[in-house]
Design a binder for this molecule. Structure first.
Ligand SMILES: [Zn+2]
Length: 488
């Protein structure tokens, strides 16, 4: 090729990519970041890094949580990244609201004292919004369903376990929690010039929990929720008998407790669980009551925000369990959820996904699938979930899931959302903590995950979970994908 041909080719290529970029709407390149990063590193410094390394155009600022997943510095025990204060915040992290609490919005709830004391009077939105707007970056309030038992009066909003003790989690059907959620989004929408609100709830109903059908630690079967007066009333209104539901869950508890003592049900675990579901269809009805209540919460938040300011985008963080547990996936009916979603952050954390998938398989191996060898059980899940290229059980914690997993999850979600207004912004894993012996994020695997998400037709990505646990080189790995795609 002579120099003239080369130049013509280059010009034509540039024109093609320029017109492609003009034809497609702007992609959302988001990153999750907590207040501590702005306090430790300075607002402009952090925004400089985001723009330079990964062409970030949207901030998902953690405005409320009592958890360390999206707020606080690196989780103690994990290596500190190459930026920010080089010490853990074990003694100073408390959590709560990182924005000022405007009390007029919380009159209809007992939950009134939830301001994070971590940084005194600091309001993260007040600190970040002007700098973000100056750079043309969008700001989305990002808050989650994670509470602390230290909040005054919280017992009046908590869920009830099957054994009638209080849970640490709050009930969507309890007016104290419902009104707090609606008050919080009203506070955000009226008090700040924000571009969006994202909320996330990483929980499921009593049946899925009793079966241990998630990647977290399997709990005590008696400690599933919710059996509070509000849930029981709602059940009765829908023709579900709470006494029958309790009887079903008690029978399932008895079976699982015997199993823990090595007593296999006479007809095996799978048949045993099915027999109880057939005898007590209330087990399924109660699961769906919980899931329906979550959807009603989404819808109520959406309508509240839209009634105040329609231009504020509203969407949801969808829990990683969607990638492991087919029951939970069935509950994430995007054709239903899209009705009240401007965007969805479907979690597709590939690197920690290996460890988490293995954890899920371990959990359900001791309940409904107690008769299935773990490796076969994993193969079954790969089949029904649609992951043909992932590795075996002993390998996945050390390798993570592949970029192909991200591609397939994003393709599936994008297809389910076709014909709706809802944008798909997959959550991409950058340095989410894993065990010392498990796989770690690399610039290349991060780049490949981002490329896979866009190749599947995603409308954006959200780099997760928080800047304070990410290595700069891995953020730059995401940036390499953006450059390759002409987005940077
Ligand atoms: Zn309840």
């Amino acid at each position: 090729m002579n120099r003239r041909d080369f130049l013509q080719g280059a010009v034509a290529g540039a024109m093609v990519s320029a017109s492609a970029a003009a034809a497609s709407p702007a992609k959302t390149i988001g990153i999750q970041v907590g207040a501590v990063s702005f306090v430790d590193e300075g607002v402009d410094r952090v925004l400089d890094i985001f723009q330079e390394k990964a062409a970030v155009n949207t901030l998902f600022v953690a405005t409320f949580t009592y958890g360390r997943g999206i707020a606080g510095r690196q989780v103690p025990g994990q290596p500190l990244p190459d930026h920010g204060k080089q010490e853990y915040d074990t003694d100073t992290f408390r959590g709560g609201s990182y924005t000022r609490v405007h009390s007029q919005y919380y009159k209809d709830t007992v939950l009134q004292q939830f301001r994070a004391p971590d940084f005194g009077d600091y309001d993260v939105l007040e600190a970040v919004l002007p700098a973000a707007r100056k750079r043309g970056m969008k700001t989305i309030c990002w808050f989650e369903d994670v509470w602390s038992a230290t909040v005054p009066h919280i017992e009046q909003a908590q869920e009830k376990h099957l054994d009638d003790t209080n849970a640490n989690t709050l009930c969507f059907n309890n007016p104290n929690y419902r009104n707090w959620l609606l008050g919080t989004v009203e506070d955000y929408a009226r008090s700040y010039e924000i571009d969006g609100i994202m909320w996330g709830s990483e929980r499921q109903g009593a049946l899925a929990n009793m079966l241990g059908a998630s990647h977290g630690g399997a709990g005590n079967p008696l400690r599933v929720t919710c059996f509070c007066q509000f849930c029981e009333r709602k059940a009765r209104e829908r023709g579900i008998d709470p006494a029958r539901a309790r009887a079903g869950f008690q029978a399932l508890t008895a079976m699982l407790q015997s199993a823990r003592q090595g007593q296999r049900p006479v007809d095996g675990y799978y048949v045993g669980v099915w027999r109880l579901m057939l005898r007590y269809p209330e087990l399924l009805a109660w699961e769906m009551l919980w899931t329906g209540s979550l959807r009603e919460t989404y819808s109520a938040i959406y309508n509240k925000v839209k009634s105040i300011k329609p231009s504020i985008g509203v969407g949801w963080h969808i829990w990683h369990n969607n990638s492991f547990n087919p029951i939970y996936r069935a509950e994430q009916d995007l054709s239903e959820i899209s009705k009240y979603s401007d965007f969805l952050k479907m979690v597709m954390y590939h690197n920690c996904g290996g460890e988490r998938m293995a954890g899920y398989i371990r959990n359900v191996s001791s309940t409904i699938y107690g008769d299935v060898p773990s490796e076969e059980l994993l193969e079954f899940h790969y089949r029904v979930l649609g992951y043909p290229h992932e590795k075996g059980l002993s390998e996945i914690p050390k390798t993570g899931l592949s970029a192909d997993y991200v591609y397939r999850e994003a393709s599936r979600a994008r297809q389910a959302l076709n014909g709706t207004k809802t944008q798909l912004w997959p959550g991409i894993d950058i340095d989410i903590p894993t065990a010392a012996t498990s796989s770690k994020s690399t610039p290349e695997s991060t780049r490949d995950a981002v490329l896979a998400a866009f190749r599947a037709g995603s409308d954006g990505v959200i780099l997760s979970r928080k800047w304070s646990e990410m290595k700069t080189a891995n953020l730059a790995g995401a940036g390499a994908a953006m450059r390759q795609l002409g987005l940077a």
